[in-house]
Design a protein around this ligand. Structure first.
Ligand SMILES: [Zn+2]
Length: 510
């Protein structure tokens, strides 16, 4: 397991207390994992039936940053992020395209991995596939049936969870059964005892993928997947479980009910939900048709700019996407790197200088309070992150530091104290940037790339797709010269192609 002890050597007071907003209790709570210094986090992953949109990137980056901060605080974190690789949408996609359902899933798992690699999001420790955990799901369903929490609606038919038997139903989303009955458009299903009951196991229709079970051939419902995979890897009580706000009901409410009904133990200690990405204040989603894929956004903006945009707001706030917002993020990141570049130059100019800074050294340029704030950057940053992962505040402190550094740089000096002080600030900025997975590139190269990227990539996704299709046709006709020419043209325009058994995928060269 990975540890990152850097803060621990920095902080004056090692008795930090992290506060995490818990959806279940609707307030911030002091974080105490079940086992000292070990944390299990399960974040709901994607349903792999299409390319991911920027909302998925927000989710992955938010949990990645939480994991990075927890590790830096010294926790051993096991991060699990699943793939839902069997689902109505996957089956529909397979029927529409004539591909096998599992080929569809594999293709979009590959696409997701490409997107994450491009964004610099490392893989989770465990990335389970739903279809590889059918026995674990069947075991939970068996226990639920045995305890009277589940029933089969008709011989060979669907198996349902008996919502009315679980007293805590509605506690996560803060609704009573009456609220839910009134709020949901419930279909009347003659096989269900109660319209609120939800499916655990779906009997397969002919031509659909099916697994054998004591209730006949079928496939799992969505909610049972996450209960099975999270408890398998993290135990019956998880420290942290999260996803987007839109998963609170019904997905997480149902997960909670079926898991606690099966084990008799609390399922999750802290429920984390991030805000949704909107376009013009409307939720970005496939079903609404207003979305940008990660690939589309990366075709226009550097991955680090996209990351910056995603974490420059608190994870629980809504985040509104626009080209203008991304351009603002680009300008802000340029500011950070510009100052880092200057500090880097200073270090190159005076590589071996160290020494104490006389107390009155900066008088006239910065006040004593400003100097103290600059010195305390690591502690202030850590405190912001301890406060429910407040990345917006943490970045705010970094920008304040950069503004103060810029003022110092207007009065350059070759004094050892001056150089040593700024070298320390530079180290802190890069080191804290690591927690956010920002500022880890060489400033000169990054500045050149960011500027070039803004001018160069005048290519639309449609044009890329069109050229890929043209290249595939050329390859089919064994017109290798034309195929190579298209690959070269795209490369010159910043697009890398990779041929996989599932087809050609593309990404933006970084
Ligand atoms: Zn889930």
């Amino acid at each position: 397991m990975e540890y990152d002890f850097t803060y621990l050597t920095n902080i004056v007071n090692p008795f930090f207390a992290m506060q995490i907003y818990n959806t279940l209790t609707r307030r911030k709570e002091t974080f105490e994992p079940l086992h000292p210094w070990k944390v299990g986090l399960y974040a709901c992953g994607v349903t792999v039936y299409d390319d991911c949109h920027l909302g998925h990137a927000r989710s992955c980056v938010a949990f990645e940053v939480m994991v990075r901060h927890l590790r830096r605080r010294g926790y051993e974190v096991t991060w699990v992020r699943n793939y839902t690789d069997i689902d109505d949408k996957i089956i529909r996609r397979a029927q529409e395209t004539g591909a096998a359902w599992d080929a569809v899933a594999q293709r979009y798992i590959a696409s997701f991995k490409e997107d994450m690699a491009a964004l610099g999001v490392p893989p989770a420790q465990i990335e389970p596939l739903a279809t590889e955990h059918i026995p674990e799901m069947l075991e939970i369903i068996r226990v639920l049936v045995e305890k009277g929490f589940a029933y089969q609606g008709a011989p060979g038919g669907d198996v349902y969870f008996r919502v009315g038997k679980f007293p805590g139903y509605g506690k996560l989303s803060g609704q009573s059964l009456e609220d839910i009955q009134a709020g949901a458009r419930l279909e009347i299903d003659p096989h269900k005892e109660d319209p609120l009951d939800f499916v655990l196991w779906k009997a397969s229709k002919p031509e659909e993928p099916a697994w054998p079970s004591p209730w006949g051939p079928g496939r799992p419902g969505w909610h049972i997947e996450c209960s099975a995979m999270s408890m398998k890897y993290l135990g019956e009580t998880l420290d942290l479980h999260g996803g987007g706000l839109d998963l609170i009901f019904p997905h997480h409410e149902n997960e909670l009910a079926q898991s606690e009904a099966a084990t008799g133990k609390p399922f999750v200690r802290y429920w984390l939900h991030h805000g949704l990405l909107t376009i013009d204040q409307e939720k970005m989603s496939k079903s609404l048709g207003n979305f940008f894929t990660i690939k589309e956004v990366l075709a226009k903006f550097h991955p680090e700019v996209v990351r910056f945009f995603l974490i420059n707001s608190h994870y629980r706030s809504p985040l509104d996407f626009s080209d203008a917002a991304l351009r603002e993020a680009e300008a802000a990141l340029l500011r950070l790197y510009t100052t880092l570049g200057k500090l880097e130059d200073l270090k190159k100019q005076f590589p071996d200088i160290s020494g104490p800074v006389p107390a009155d050294f900066f008088s006239g340029v910065l006040t004593a309070d400003e100097i103290a704030r600059l010195r305390a950057l690591p502690e202030r940053f850590a405190a912001a992150m301890d406060d429910d992962f407040n990345t917006a505040q943490a970045l705010g402190y970094m920008f304040e530091a950069v503004r103060l550094v810029n003022r110092l740089l207007e009065h350059p000096s070759a004094e050892p104290g001056f150089v040593a002080f700024l070298a320390e600030v530079r180290r802190n900025l890069v080191d804290l940037g690591y927690v956010l997975n920002l500022l880890q590139s060489d400033p000169r190269e990054m500045l050149a790339t960011l500027r070039q990227k803004a001018e160069d990539l005048q290519i639309s996704t449609e044009e890329i797709e069109r050229l890929i299709a043209e290249r595939s046709a050329a390859r089919k006709n064994k017109d290798w010269a034309r195929a190579d020419a298209i690959r070269k043209e795209l490369l010159e325009r910043g697009i890398l192609l990779e041929d996989t058994p599932q087809g050609t995928i593309w990404r933006v060269k970084t």
